[in-house]
Each structure stands twice: as structure tokens, then as C-alpha cells.
Write a protein that binds this ligand. Structure first.
Ligand code: MG
Ligand code: MG
Length: 246
């Protein structure tokens, strides 16, 4: 799906509101808070901007946020029973709809002092997103984006999740193409101005395998290792990648 410059501007507005929602949540990601505390603030912030929570009600998902703790990879659900503590990591994924346009962004925070290996996991996953964003340019191939994530993360011995991928985004949350975090440079669809992609490395400290819990949503690592997730919504323009959720 190719967006006009006017549509990309609307998506940027959506992305800026989403960024403010993330900023409002950030001070609450501390030991002693629950993931439901974050959910409450997210809903309040989203409403204050006249926006809509994109995830709430999506295939029955109950919340505005996905809050995925430690070995949870994605799609964790906020709960007043989930109390953050020193040494945890928490991925917060949120999407909003503003004037009919979706934006989608995720970040993973350490609570207190992470282990050296966990710190490395967060740094490398975030860096792999930045490397992938640099490949979101006219004339490139989708595989360039995918390979950028895979190469950087596998070089550190981290597991690249296969079952969940990034996606095109616009007037719906998930559009073609899928944006895997593994692939081959020079392969896949050609990247064109006006494409908007949610690029989202999901990276495990251990093996790549994941499974979904009985709740039907929460994906966890099979080996119990910690998992990190960073995501931006990125427009491909003739002037280069434009990160709409920065
Ligand atoms: Mg997301
Ligand atoms: Mg996404």
C-alpha cells in the first residue's frame, strides 16, 4: 500500500501522539508498580488526545498495551498481579488510531539494574532496529531490512524470533508486506516511496523458539530466556526513512 505525502503526514501526527503516550508511561516503569498501573495511564493519555487504542478489542485483546515481562516475548496482558521488580525487563507495545490512521511502537525497559547479558540484549535489539530503519530506503529490498536485524542479533548469539514479524501499517494495523526479522539482502519486494512499515525486532537472549501460553495471547521463550522488543513505524520517502513514532 502506497501512502500519499498527506497521508504520511497524518500518520506522523498519529505517531507523535503515540510517542507522547509512551513518554507518559515511562516514569511508571519502576519497581513496585504493576503493569495495570501502566495500562491505566495509557488509556487516560490516549483519551486525552482524542485518539483510540488500536489493540483494545483487536481479535478480543483486552488492553491498550501489550506488557511483556522477562521471558514473555510479545502480547503479554496488563495485570494488577504483575508487580515490577529489580532485575526485570518489560516490553511495552502500544498502537493508536488518530483520524483513521494507525501507528505502532514498542520499547523494552530494564527495571533497576539489569545483568550484563540483559543490558547487552536491550542495546543490541535497539541497535538492530536502528540499523533496519537505515535500510528503509527507496530502491532497496525488504530483505535488506530483515537481514540488518538478523545479522546484528545473531552475531551476539541471540535468537531471532520467527513466528512474529513486522508489518505494513496505515488505515489498518496490519497490511502487506510482512516484515520478518530474518532474511536475505537483495531479496524480497522492492521498497518504494510511500510505503509505511512497522519494523519490530523481537530478540531472545537464548534460543529463537517461542510458544503461546494457554491464555491464547502471551508468547514466551521456550527456554525461559529474556526477550526484548523494540518497534517504530517508519515511512519510506524519497528523502530517506522517516521515523513517524520518534
Ligand atoms: Mg507494536
Ligand atoms: Mg507492530
Amino acid at each position: 500500500m502506497i501512502k500519499t505525502p498527506a497521508e504520511i503526514e497524518k500518520m506522523r501526527f498519529s505517531g507523535q501522539i503515540l510517542r507522547k503516550v509512551h513518554e507518559a508511561i515511562r516514569p511508571l516503569v519502576i519497581a513496585g508498580k504493576t503493569t495495570m498501573d501502566l495500562e491505566i495511564v495509557a488509556n487516560r493519555e490516549i483519551a486525552s488526545f482524542g485518539a483510540k487504542a488500536a489493540f483494545k478489542g483487536y481479535h478480543g485483546f483486552p488492553a491498550a498495551l501489550c506488557t511483556s515481562l522477562n521471558d514473555q516475548v510479545v502480547h503479554g496482558m496488563p495485570s494488577e498481579r504483575t508487580v515490577l521488580k529489580d532485575g526485570d525487563i518489560l516490553s511495552i507495545d502500544c498502537g493508536v488510531i488518530v483520524d483513521g490512521f494507525y501507528s505502532d511502537a514498542a520499547v523494552t525497559y530494564a527495571i533497576g539494574t539489569p545483568s550484563a547479558r540483559t543490558k547487552k540484549l536491550l542495546e543490541v535489539t535497539k541497535a538492530s532496529l536502528e540499523a533496519a530503519i537505515l535500510e528503509a530506503r527507496v530502491g532497496g529490498r525488504l530483505g535488506d531490512i530483515s537481514a540488518a536485524v538478523q545479522e546484528m542479533c545473531e552475531a551476539q548469539g541471540f535468537g531471532v524470533v520467527r513466528e512474529f514479524v513486522g508489518h505494513g501499517i496505515g488505515k489498518t494495523m496490519h497490511e502487506d508486506p510482512q516484515v520478518p526479522n530474518f532474511g536475505t539482502r537483495g531479496k524480497g519486494p522492492r521498497l518504494k516511496a510511500g510505503m509505511v512499515l512497522a519494523i519490530e525486532p523481537m530478540i531472545n537472549a537464548g534460543k529463537a523458539e517461542v510458544k503461546v501460553l494457554k491464555d491464547g495471547w502471551t508468547a514466551v521463550t521456550v527456554d525461559g530466556s529474556y526477550s526484548a522488543h523494540f518497534e517504530h513505524t517508519v515511512a519510506i520517502t524519497k528523502d530517506g526513512p522517516l521515523v513517524l513514532t520518534r
